[in-house]
Design a protein around this ligand. Structure first.
Ligand SMILES: Cc1ncc(COP(=O)(O)O)c(C=O)c1O
Length: 480
């Protein structure tokens, strides 16, 4: 592709993206593709001859787009968001153009130093302690694994990296029964073992019960285990429960256990002073992760990982083959020492573009509005006698269930599942579900970059209308 062709196609693509964002509400939010339908349209073998780029664009529209679920639609209320925004997209284009591999300072000093500054900005924006040092990881799962690996090294006096875990004691990791699956996955990968993740029971509001944590740790100590890491969550995946950081922190400090805070979603809300109560006790934390790629309008992937003792982090990951020796070593941040992979994307650029283009004030406004929309919806649900709120609404997620008087719990389970599927099949919105206390619960997350009150109001209208249609047919609507 020569320069003229590149320019022509590039303009086309920017035009395509602008049109996509303008018309995004017209797409079915969740893809209607059936399994195998995309692959079935792709040639079995790669082309040997060159093709015009236009062919690629045409197939992108015809084959790929129908198989896309539109995460950037304001009617996307499922999971937690993976928000993008125009400045983020444009900055990502520049990142792709530069194609810089930012493993060490020398392989792009601007990337390393911008990352350093962006992490300082995020630390200030979220009110985190000044001694936290930060690095951008790809995902919260990786960041939590990084925390656990560092905790493991500290718990074994930095021996397990060298000699392996075979001769060591059995370590334990603690989190609540509501914590994200990445904790279990991380413990498995870290060699601690998934079975050594102690799932501590939660209180009525689904937050970790600190008394039960203390007991679990004491029991383990008595049995000869080595408590290695506690993961507290600021906004659990199911219901956005907030674990009591101060009480957990006091236990960790007393028992000298690494405290990692998984604020993958909730961290963004720390931009708002009125939400900083969630971080009460943060002085006890050894590390924290939050995802600008979830709720801070910075497209996937971008996870902000903060650590109190960066020296321990580096001691865990540092390895220095001859070909990576540089004259600046020790004087600059070589971020390859701050995590698992060697090669690193230039992720700080999109963060810089987002923070500057919105400005902190507008970011706060948006987040505050998302919180308001969740409360508004919760109010509408509470006011309807046929629906129930199933968890406190702290952040942007509302968990509810349709259960008119007289409907048994089991029937409500079945019909709420049906309601969820029927709504998602319309393509007009996309919801997800969880279970609380063993019961089926629908989740609606009001945090998409461009979501407005009218989208939430329409979602609620559709939910009620569909529930009423199920009701009038005696629950017999087919969802297959
Ligand atoms: C609380 C929490 N932690 C971790 C994760 C994993 O995030 P990531 O996809 O960045 O690994 C999620 C994902 O939704 C989450 O909700």
């Amino acid at each position: 592709m020569n320069s003229d062709e590149f320019r022509k196609q590039g303009h086309e693509i920017v035009e395509w993206i602008a049109r996509y964002y303008e018309n995004i509400e017209q797409y079915p939010v969740r893809s209607r593709s059936l399994p195998g339908s995309v692959k079935g349209r792709l040639p079995l073998h790669p082309p040997s001859a060159s093709e015009p780029f236009d062919n690629f664009l045409k197939d992108f529209d015809d084959i790929i787009m129908p198989g896309i679920t539109h995460w950037q639609s304001p009617n996307f209320f499922a999971y937690f968001p993976a928000n993008s925004s125009p400045p983020s997209v444009l900055a990502e284009m520049l990142t792709a153009a530069l194609g810089a591999q930012c493993m060490i300072w020398e392989t792009s000093p601007a990337a390393a130093e911008l990352e350093e500054r962006m992490m300082e900005w995020l630390r200030e924006m979220t009110g985190l302690p000044e001694y936290f040092e930060g690095v951008i990881q790809d995902t919260a799962s990786t960041a939590t694994l990084v925390a656990m690996l560092t905790a493991r090294e500290k718990a074994t006096s930095f021996r397990s990296n060298g000699t392996g875990l075979f001769s060591s004691v059995t370590m334990r990791v603690y989190c609540s029964s509501q914590s994200h699956s990445s904790v279990e996955k991380g413990a498995g990968i870290a060699g601690i073992g998934r079975e050594n993740v102690v799932r501590v029971p939660v209180r009525e509001d689904f937050s970790l019960d600190p008394d039960k944590l203390r007991k679990a740790i004491d029991d383990d100590l008595a049995a000869g285990y080595v408590p290695c890491c506690v993961v507290a969550t600021m906004g659990t995946t199911g219901t956005t429960a907030i674990d009591p950081l101060r009480m957990i922190g006091e236990i960790c400090s007393e028992k000298r256990i690494w405290l990692h805070v998984d604020a993958a979603l909730g961290g963004t809300a720390l931009l708002l002073p009125e939400m900083r109560w969630m971080a009460d006790g943060i002085e006890y934390a050894d590390s924290l992760v939050f995802n600008p790629h979830k709720w801070m309008f910075t497209n996937f992937d971008c996870s902000a990982y903060f650590v109190r003792d960066a020296a321990s982090l580096m001691r865990t990951f540092d390895i220095l083959p001859e070909y990576l020796r540089t004259r600046t070593r020790g004087k600059v941040n070589d971020y390859r020492d701050w995590g698992i992979q060697l090669g690193r994307r230039f992720r700080a650029l999109k963060l810089w573009a987002v923070i500057r283009t919105y400005g902190v004030d507008q970011l706060k406004e948006k987040i505050r509005e998302h919180l308001r929309l969740a409360k508004m919806l919760a109010g509408m649900i509470e006011a309807d006698k046929d629906f129930r709120l199933m968890a406190p609404v702290h952040l942007n997620t509302v968990c509810f269930r349709w259960q008119p008087a007289g409907m048994s719990d089991d029937v409500a389970d079945r019909l709420n599942e049906k309601l969820n599927h029927l709504l998602n099949d319309t393509g007009k919105l996309y919801l997800s579900h969880t279970k609380t206390n063993g019961r089926y619960v629908i989740r609606i997350v009001t945090a998409q970059t461009e979501v407005q009150e009218r989208h939430v109001a329409e979602a609620w209208r559709l939910i009620r209308e569909t529930a009423s249609a199920i009701s009038s047919q005696g629950g017999a609507i087919d969802i297959e």
